[in-house]
Design a protein around this ligand. Structure first.
Ligand SMILES: *Cc1c(COP(=O)(O)O)cnc(C)c1O
Length: 393
């Protein structure tokens, strides 16, 4: 990194993130460049937001056109991009639904939590969630997050959240009482280490919600928008939730979050109950539309499945040669490789070799590659990762 910038950060930027001493200046597809001209292969573009790679051409063109026409107007007016985005989303759920837009994943979950409590009515306010989940950093979403380490020091949390083991249908059933209004789960736990649901889990949650008039909310902030090879991860398990929350890949890197809810739940957000000033702004919505168009026209749902298969076979063959790999969990382009050691050093060594990956929960290497990653780039990155893992064993 060129000199001076580190000091500016040290003096003027709050240190709530661990940052590598690399300054990125440009990106294209699955490559990014730093201010010294080094190129990196990116298997974790934009922390999962770069769903179709860095600076995807359709998105760049759409945003450049929109920003010169109309940047932002409040939600007291109609704009075409917001309407069209809601329509495109509804046509992909298989169960219709109406959308609300905001700017991030945590905000999307806040809106869902409010909707759930409005659905519950007086005295029914409890939301069942899972341990090891991640739903965001604002207080409602943070309270829903079943990880005490994120609560420490900033309690008290919002009341009314009950956490049970992920994948355990019986525990969920046992936790329902007369005050319960909703179930909130990630269909695939992301930040928690890429954990896939047991085969009948989501169907079981659907039944449970139906039996007790609970709103079934799926947090697809990480797993949604084609990441797993279907528009929404829950479609792999053939169920329809009452509400899905989205962000990360939705805008292809532009900040946009939102939820899609069935009409009988969506109607709970009447005028005055909820709002987001920047929510559904034209820039964000054309970016999301261009992301959807890119996925559609470039066949990237199929591509996500292909990437998953190819990554899995690379890691499975490596597992037989390298004692470090404990488990491999893959759904499309959502990839977790659990190690039986700490992963931070692996990530740092990959960075030295110009490959960007992530490690979550200390031991799980997490890859959320762009859906249009080429086979050649996949192999190049896997070669690097393989050499690092073999060096470290
Ligand atoms: C990242 C994430 C969030 C939070 O999204 P932000 O945009 O950072 O607020 C919520 N839920 C899941 C499943 C996530 O992966």
């Amino acid at each position: 990194m060129k000199s001076g910038l580190q000091e500016i950060y040290d003096q003027h930027v709050i240190g709530n993130y661990k940052r590598y001493s690399v300054c990125l200046v440009r990106g294209e597809g699955s490559r990014v460049w730093d201010d010294e001209g080094n190129a990196y292969l990116d298997f974790f573009p934009g922390w999962g937001c770069g769903l179709v790679g860095h600076c995807p051409p359709r998105l760049v063109e759409a945003v450049q056109g929109q920003i010169a026409r109309l940047i932002h107007v409040p939600n007291t007016w109609h704009t075409e991009p917001q309407g069209m985005l809601a329509k495109e989303l509804a046509s992909r759920t298989g169960w219709g639904g109406q959308s609300f837009f905001c700017n991030s994943g945590t905000e999307a979950n806040e809106a869902a939590i409010k909707m759930a409590r409005l659905h519950g009515g007086p005295g029914r306010f409890k939301i069942l969630a899972t341990l090891n989940s991640f739903h965001g950093r604002t207080y409602g979403a943070l309270s829903a997050t079943g990880q005490p380490k994120y609560h420490q020091g900033v309690e008290p949390m919002l009341p009314g959240f009950v956490h049970v083991r992920y994948g355990d249908l019986r525990a969920m059933e046992a936790a329902v009482d007369g005050e319960t209004c909703a179930i909130l789960v990630e269909p695939i736990q992301g930040e928690g280490g890429i954990h896939l649901p047991p085969p009948d889990y989501l169907k079981g949650l659907r039944n449970l919600a139906d039996q007790h008039d609970l709103m079934l909310i799926l947090d697809e902030v990480q797993s949604g928008m084609g990441r797993t090879g279907k528009w929404f991860a829950h479609q792999h398990w053939g169920i329809a939730p009452d509400c899905v929350t989205l962000a990360k890949g939705l805008g292809g890197g532009i900040a946009v979050g939102g939820l899609i809810a069935r009409e009988e739940f969506a109607c709970k957000l009447k005028p005055g109950t909820h709002a987001a000033t920047f929510g559904g702004n034209p820039i964000a919505c054309v970016a999301a539309l261009a992301t959807i168009q890119t996925i559609e026209e470039d066949g990237l749902l199929e591509r996500a499945i292909h990437l998953g298969t190819r990554f899995r076979s690379r890691f499975e063959s490596l597992k037989t040669r390298c004692g470090l790999i404990a488990d491999i969990r893959v759904k499309g382009a959502m990839i977790g490789v659990e190690l039986n050691r700490d992963g931070a050093e692996i990530v740092a060594r990959c960075l030295e070799k110009k490959l960007l990956i992530n490690c979550t929960h200390q031991t799980v290497l997490r890859l959320l590659p762009a859906l249009n990653l080429s086979d050649a780039d996949l192999d190049e990155g896997c070669d690097i990762l393989e050499s690092v893992l073999l060096e470290c064993k």
